[in-house]
Write a protein that binds this ligand. Structure first.
Ligand SMILES: Cc1cc2nc3c(=O)[nH]c(=O)nc-3n(C[C@H](O)[C@H](O)[C@H](O)COP(=O)(O)O)c2cc1C
Length: 217
């Protein structure tokens, strides 16, 4: 029988074929290139391309990471939403420095963003909240994300009550629900190559201007 070490060794990665990436003909800003890559991810049927890993650090400087959904992107940054009372919310209040990572295996692409998160206004956060599905809103209104759960019954009972409340007041908003924007200081685009000559292009900010450099793979 194969050992787990052998199973891992025999697991395939970065097999391709992959789309081409002409790193010399790219957009002036990483946001523009992100949108071009995102479009390609959709065309290639990458599952959930808007799922991203958000990394934060806690008070002791210990890193933490979890998957979130990308809510928007514009020239000022990448947006996500969550409860400000969750672990990540507390970590962000203490230290807004974050990293965001996307990996789209079907096209062999990774995008790494490092920057600073800031809180968007109440109105934008409320709009994001009201756009969520009923159960997601009910759970957010219960407001216990990342607290200890006694058993599944505790969740089911709280959910029934909250769903009823939402039926009666469909515009109720959890004041802790927060839309965050990550303003990037650097963004790296990584394109896999079947012969392992991967392409890495990094955008970095120099006094409000985006500059670019290639990196060794
Ligand atoms: C595909 C996927 C999408 C998710 N999207 C969100 C999201 O947009 N916001 C959110 O708060 N949690 C989302 N989660 C749950 C988080 O990964 C995490 O479990 C939760 O936010 C608690 O994290 P924390 O304890 O670090 O605060 C998502 C999980 C997955 C797997």
């Amino acid at each position: 029988m194969e050992t787990i070490r052998e199973v891992l060794k025999n697991s395939k990665t970065l097999q391709g074929p992959f789309p081409e990436f002409h790193s010399e003909q790219v957009s002036d800003t990483p946001q523009e290139l992100f949108l071009i890559w995102y479009q390609m991810a959709l065309e290639y049927g990458v599952p959930e391309p808007h799922a991203m890993t958000l990394s934060t650090v806690d008070e002791a400087g210990f890193p933490d990471a979890r998957i979130l959904i990308l809510k928007d992107i514009d020239q000022s940054g990448w947006y996500f939403s969550s409860s400000s009372m969750s672990e990540k919310g507390k970590q962000l209040a203490n230290n807004p420095h974050v990293a965001i990572t996307f990996y789209w295996s079907a096209i062999g692409r990774q995008i790494r963003i490092r920057g600073q998160a800031s809180i968007m206004g109440k109105e934008l956060s409320a709009r994001d909240f009201l756009n969520r599905g009923k159960v997601a809103r009910a759970l957010a209104l219960i407001g216990k994300q990342s607290s200890v759960l006694k058993d599944h019954q505790e969740l089911d009972e709280a959910l029934v009550d909250k769903l009823l409340e939402i039926e009666q007041n469909p515009n109720t908003v959890n004041p802790n629900w927060t839309l965050y924007r990550v303003e990037a200081k650097e963004v790296e685009f990584w394109q896999a190559n079947e012969e392992r000559k991967h392409i890495r292009l990094k955008y970095y900010k120099d006094r409000e201007k985006w500059l670019k450099q290639l990196l060794w793979c």
